[in-house]
Design a protein around this ligand. Structure first.
Ligand code: COS
Length: 380
């Protein structure tokens, strides 16, 4: 086993961390408070290569590995996890979905703009009545010969307004249940697409989340990904990789909360000494560090498996469930260590605490990950 990173991986981690500490930190509280999408930061990070990180250079991507992606997401999430989720959905769902499962014409048409960050991608699976039970798609894609006619509503769509390329799951033949679901690439400006209001979220407030409504939206047949009925498998495969991204985001949130706690505990005095000298506080940070290291190793293992062409479904689910759950525990302790200051915005930890909660919910709740994990370990 080799626990050492390559020089390139370390450079990517450094670049992401430098940008986060130098730029993202400046306006992160304002963007969170007023739910402002980080347009300029997305542009800057795209110029640095973070919006097509793993896409093949022949389509304009960075050709980086998943380990680098984990390292970059950790650094960004320490400071601004709204940006991390925009990056994660774009890279591991939109870019990867088209590159891995699209045909050559689809790759040539969509990947260069996605890989350069000129266009942002979104993944439209969840519906008002299809979240954890993703088979229950009510959005329909009626086969009209040379095109599909899409009708229905999608919910909780990350980057719904800022994205230009949508990957949409819709039912074409309900008799076939999940085998009737198709995955379609849609340009957001296609007539018949409208957005619901901006969701006023508890955390991740500067990523834009909306419902998306489709009314008789005409989608050419050539925009279908894979064979007829491949959509559900496509969604499941994408979520396997998406979970590595969200696990890394959760782990980064926890690591950010520990960094803040260490700094604060070395400055704040109580009972005549810095609070880091009190075991009640130091032991909390020790526990936090162990959990974060475990989460980091799970993320990196899942990434390594993916990079080496091995199955990463189980490792990704373990990473996502564990990292999300410890992010909640670690940020709760970080608020506690900060005392009253932890409860106000200026000290950042209350925001990390709010952000951690969502990592237990989206791209498969912690309970869904336990279904994936338990079914896998009980299979044989
Ligand atoms: N890769 C490929 N195929 C998969 C798969 C995977 N990781 N997981 C499931 N499938 C396939 C199964 O093989 C099965 O195919 P067949 O019917 O051809 O045999 C089909 O999908 C249905 O699988 P299963 O019967 O296991 O489905 P369940 O309804 O029991 O649900 C879980 C499986 C819970 C894993 C799935 O519904 C899930 O991941 N839900 C969460 C969805 C989610 O993350 N929603 C939030 C989205 S936010 S973007």
């Amino acid at each position: 086993m080799n626990f050492e990173f390559t020089e390139e991986q370390l450079m990517i981690k450094q670049a992401a961390g430098d940008y986060a500490r130098r730029e993202l930190i400046k306006d992160v509280i304002e963007r969170d408070t007023n739910a402002i999408f980080p347009t300029q930061h997305v542009k800057n990070l795209a110029e640095l290569g973070f919006f097509g990180m793993m896409v093949d250079p022949k389509y304009g991507g960075g050709g980086m590995d998943t380990i680098s992606y984990v390292l970059a997401l950790e650094e960004i999430s320490k400071i601004d996890s709204s940006l991390a989720v925009i990056m994660s959905v774009h890279n591991s769902l939109a870019c990867y979905g088209i590159e891995k499962y699209g045909n050559e014409a689809q790759k040539e048409k969509y990947l260069p703009d996605l890989a350069s960050g000129n266009k942002i991608g979104a993944f439209l699976l969840s519906e008002p009545e299809a979240g954890s039970d993703a088979t229950m798609q009510r959005t329909t894609a009626e086969d009209k010969g040379d095109h599909y006619l899409v009708n229905g509503t999608k919910n909780w769509i990350t980057s719904a307004d800022s994205a230009s390329v949508y990957l949409v799951l819709a039912q074409s033949n309900s008799e076939k249940k999940h085998h009737g679901i198709n995955a379609l690439i849609l340009d957001k400006n296609t007539p018949g697409i409208s957005l619901g209001p901006h969701e006023d979220k508890m955390g991740m407030r500067s990523s834009d989340t909306h419902s998306v409504m489709f009314t008789d939206v005409k989608v050419p047949k050539e925009n279908r990904i894979g064979e007829d009925g491949f959509g559900f498998k496509f969604a499941m495969k994408l979520l396997e990789g998406g979970r590595i991204g969200i696990a890394s985001q959760a782990m980064g949130i926890a690591a950010g909360a520990l960094d803040l706690s260490i700094n604060y505990s070395k400055e704040r005095k109580a009972f005549g000494t810095e609070i880091s000298n009190h075991q009640a506080i130091a032991f909390k940070m020790s526990d936090m560090a162990v959990k974060i290291e475990n989460a980091r190793n799970l993320c990196l293992k899942a990434a390594w498996l993916k990079d080496n062409g091995k199955s990463y479904s189980l490792a990704g689910a373990m990473a996502k469930q564990y990292a999300a759950d410890i992010a909640m525990e670690v940020t709760t302790e970080a608020v506690q260590i900060h005392g009253g200051y932890g409860y106000v915005k200026e000290y950042h930890v209350e925001r990390l605490f709010r952000e951690a909660k969502l990592t237990q919910i989206y791209e498969g709740t912690s309970e869904i990950q336990k279904i994936v994990i338990s079914r896998t370990i009980l299979k044989d």
